[in-house]
Design a protein around this ligand. Structure first.
Ligand code: ZN
Length: 471
């Protein structure tokens, strides 16, 4: 439900994101969470809150819940590619962040691989055992859900989610006292080939998946945090189990707000690995570029389901082009507008500023990016009908451009304009080199050529002059 947002440490927001399991390339379903969380962080910063954001990288202990349940995702990835788990983890972590960079997703302040926090898991598991919320059985340590006042904290579980969650990993496990109990620490499992093993008071083994988020939250953000994010698919059992562990171990509320994003449908059918209809970010980006994916994923409110189809992606592409055209036209208008102020300047500026208010109202309402985008399109319409091709002052054009950038930056769109700036930097260097050559200053000319080469720019001398390409 919607609630008024306040931070528990005044003026400072602590945010936690369940990170990826790095056994494969990210698909757009995964990325919907990370883009929503990135917009949330950008908007909180825009609203004046410093944000500390932490994300884990699951490189150990993730049991699958799909058809071949019970198999560790990382081990599966390693076997598929004839590599070690750590090699797979490094490769797909790098690939994940390469995708994030291209989608203009800011890196969280702390990104921690699960394998780095073993002592924290052991400490938390021991606390849970000491408090009587966990038990040893058949060599593993389990959380005892019968000790909880409330297990199903969230009210939007559907039967399918619950069935999948209970099946997760340890369905056939007869050591469990209650059906929802889950493993905190494995020493005995069917994965006898498990390569990743650590010493613990209960024997050599490895952590359960859920404990990593609880322990990392406590390590970096303390016992209570402000906002916990993740996809709807993580609500059960992962987030229920995080709450159970953290609140039992720490004796206080775990997260004050939870924000879960909805599913993606492909041609109106739910996207899932078992249906084979999932799309990796790279597949789509190869054809449409990364920014269209970002635009697509923010074009609906984060909680509602979103439908992927080629038609919709095409529509997103042309919508984005409309925004680029407007912003580029503003640059042109600024160059050509008259310096003198005009009588209606203040009136025009006030009209434009109404779009900022509209944008903020939308975003304040549970991060409604769809309505936020609508405000930007209204602004685009204002600019097209009242500013471009009209006799307005330079000050008004500049004000419009600044406001446009301000709102687009919050949503993280139009970020490829940065490349244009890069291009003009390169042009300037190429010109400087030409100047040096004309003056027979070969040392400077060579120096600039090397400098450009380091940036991946290849120069080519032609009879018409110098051209350049990117490597
Ligand atoms: Zn988590």
């Amino acid at each position: 439900k919607k609630e008024e947002f306040t931070t528990h440490t005044p003026g400072h927001v602590e945010m936690y994101t369940c990170g990826p399991t790095v056994y494969h390339f990210a698909h757009i379903g995964n990325l919907r969470s990370y883009i929503m969380e990135d917009v949330l962080e950008k908007y909180l910063r825009y609203a004046g809150y410093p944000v500390k954001r932490v994300m884990n990288i699951t490189d150990v202990g993730h049991l699958t819940s799909d058809a071949d349940e019970g198999e560790d995702k990382m081990l599966k990835g390693a076997r598929r590619e004839h590599k070690t788990v750590m090699e797979i983890a490094k490769y797909y972590t790098d690939a994940f962040f390469a995708d994030c960079d291209k989608l203009n997703i800011k890196r969280p302040d702390v990104v921690e691989p699960a394998a780095n926090c073993i002592s924290e898991y052991i400490h938390m598991v021991q606390t849970l055992l000491d408090k009587g919320c966990a038990y040893l059985a058949g060599g593993n340590v389990y959380f005892d859900t019968s000790t909880l006042k409330q297990y199903y904290v969230f009210n939007d579980h559907d039967e399918e989610d619950l069935a999948v969650g209970v099946r997760e990993g340890v369905e056939e496990d007869t050591n469990k006292k209650n059906k929802n109990d889950f493993v905190l620490w494995f020493t005995k499992s069917k994965f006898e080939d498990q390569a990743l093993k650590w010493d613990s008071p209960w024997g050599v083994g490895y952590p359960g998946w859920h404990i990593e988020c609880s322990a990392m939250n406590r390590k970096y953000l303390g016992d209570t945090i402000d906002i916990h994010c993740g996809g709807k698919d993580l609500v059960f059992p992962h987030h229920e189990n995080e709450i159970a562990q953290s609140e039992c171990a720490n004796g206080c509320t775990f997260a004050n707000y939870w924000m879960h994003n909805g599913y993606i449908n492909v041609d109106n059918v739910k996207m899932s690995k078992s249906l084979g209809n999932f799309k990796t970010v790279r597949e789509i980006a190869n054809v449409y570029g990364y920014e269209v994916i970002r635009y697509f994923l923010i074009s609906s409110h984060y909680r509602s389901p979103i439908n992927y189809s080629l038609d919709i992606i095409e529509q997103c592409k042309s919508a984005l082009e409309r925004l680029y055209t407007c912003r580029d036209s503003l640059d042109f208008a600024i160059k050509n507008a008259a310096e003198e102020t005009k009588e209606n300047d203040a009136e025009l500026i006030a009209e434009l500023d109404k779009r900022r208010e509209q944008f903020i109202t939308a975003m304040d309402d549970d991060l409604n990016t769809a309505d936020g985008l609508a405000a930007i399109f209204e602004l685009t319409k204002d600019i097209n009908t009242k500013i471009l091709d009209h006799d307005v002052s330079k000050a008004v054009c500049e004000h419009a451009a600044k406001l446009y950038d301000e709102l687009c930056n919050v949503l993280g769109i139009l970020y490829n304009r940065k490349e244009n700036t890069l291009d003009s930097d390169i042009e300037a260097l190429v010109e400087k080199r030409q100047e040096a050559r004309k003056n027979k200053d070969w040392a400077t000319a060579d120096k600039i050529r090397d400098e450009l080469k380091a940036k991946g720019i290849i120069l080519k001398d032609t009879p018409q002059g110098v051209t350049w390409t990117k490597e």
